[in-house]
Write a protein that binds this ligand. Structure first.
Ligand code: NAP
Length: 304
């Protein structure tokens, strides 16, 4: 198996044993951990298929999608930079994916048409359920990094779940305000609001927050500034850092030292993958095999 296939040689992936029937579209895509998560799942379920990476440029996306359909693929995932291209390329888009503004999972249906869905939102909900035993709808949420793709998806899904409160903050505050304006129909009144990213504002808000989410890339480098002012986390907080390299970020370490429950971004990768698998095969995903594959992949790569 190659590290990744292209539109030109994707036919050879279909001749693998087991044959490729699932792929992740990306550019670049060589770093994607999805094969290490999905191939153990396929083996655990006795499905005669494998999952490969497919590196295509934007203009190749649609021809590659048609090629996969002709090669009898079951479905595909889509990662950067193609999540928006995918939205316009599939025959039908599920309403939740339309609201999230991106497609990351494609299903090839028996009638030859394609359906685009987004497992990032449901993956986030399942992460909070499985890791914190909490429902997003019950929580008062503070999102740091409401200007990015990951933060935006989490914000929209939190609003779709009807969370008790959603406070959006971002280095570039205007992006948080733009996002908040799109969520007013789901969270009326002041249930969705923005907050300036200052130490004083954060310290005032945090006593009334249940779940703190880091949707920024801060925490990936040891030189990054702290996300929150000192001493404002307590054992009552749930902390979800979407960063997964390093596995224990400074935010997670600080939260755990304060007695709070804190997790990194790996569970969301796992649960969005499990959701995609369940859509493709209409059966429960073997989450244990997927988690083991993902953890082994993270442990074995120096730079993910
Ligand atoms: N666990 C998962 O499944 C998963 C999935 C996707 C992404 N992620 C992680 O989530 C993080 C964000 O990814 P993304 O794709 O959303 O990236 P993105 O679209 O580039 O967004 C980056 C976000 O981080 C903020 N930011 C960047 N540098 C900052 C700084 N120095 N100070 C304050 N804020 C800063 C940006 O604020 P501005 O708007 O002001 O620029 C923006 O809100 C990454 O660490 C990524 O690895 C995890």
């Amino acid at each position: 198996m190659f590290p990744f296939y292209t539109l030109q040689n994707i036919q050879s992936a279909a001749r693998l044993s087991p044959p490729a029937r699932l792929a992740v579209f990306g550019d670049p895509v060589g770093h994607s951990l999805s094969p290490q998560m999905h191939n153990p799942a396929l083996a655990a379920c006795g499905i005669d298929a494998s999952y490969v990476r497919l590196q295509v440029k934007t203009e190749e996306f649609l021809p590659a999608l048609r090629a996969l359909r002709e090669l009898q693929f079951v479905g595909a995932n889509v990662t950067i930079p193609h999540k928006f291209t995918a939205l316009d390329s599939v025959d039908e888009v599920e309403p939740a994916a339309r609201r999230l503004g991106a497609v990351n999972t494609i299903l090839f249906r028996p009638d030859g048409t394609t359906l685009g869905r987004n497992s990032d939102g449901p993956g986030f909900v399942r992460t909070i359920q499985e890791e914190f035993r909490s429902d997003v709808g019950d929580l008062r949420i503070l999102l740091l990094g409401a200007g990015g793709g990951a933060g935006g998806a989490v914000a929209v899904q939190s609003a779709l779940e009807g969370c008790s409160q959603l406070i959006l903050t971002n280095r570039t505050e205007s992006k948080a305000r733009t996002l908040a304006a799109t969520l007013g129909d789901l969270l009326p009144g002041d249930r969705c609001r923005t907050l300036p990213w200052t130490a004083d504002d954060l310290a005032r808000a945090l006593p009334d927050i249940d779940l703190i989410i880091n949707g920024t890339s801060l925490g990936m480098s040891p030189d990054d500034p702290p996300l929150l002012p000192d001493g404002c986390l307590t054992r009552d907080h749930l902390v979800y850092d979407m960063v997964y390299k390093p596995l224990v970020t400074p935010l997670i370490a600080t939260a755990r030292a304060a007695g709070a429950k804190a997790i990194n971004g790996l569970p969301m990768l796992l649960w969005q993958g499990a959701q995609s698998f369940e859509w493709w095969f209409n059966q429960p995903a073997p989450v244990g095999a997927m988690r083991a594959g993902l953890e082994a992949a993270v442990a074995s790569v120096a730079d993910i």
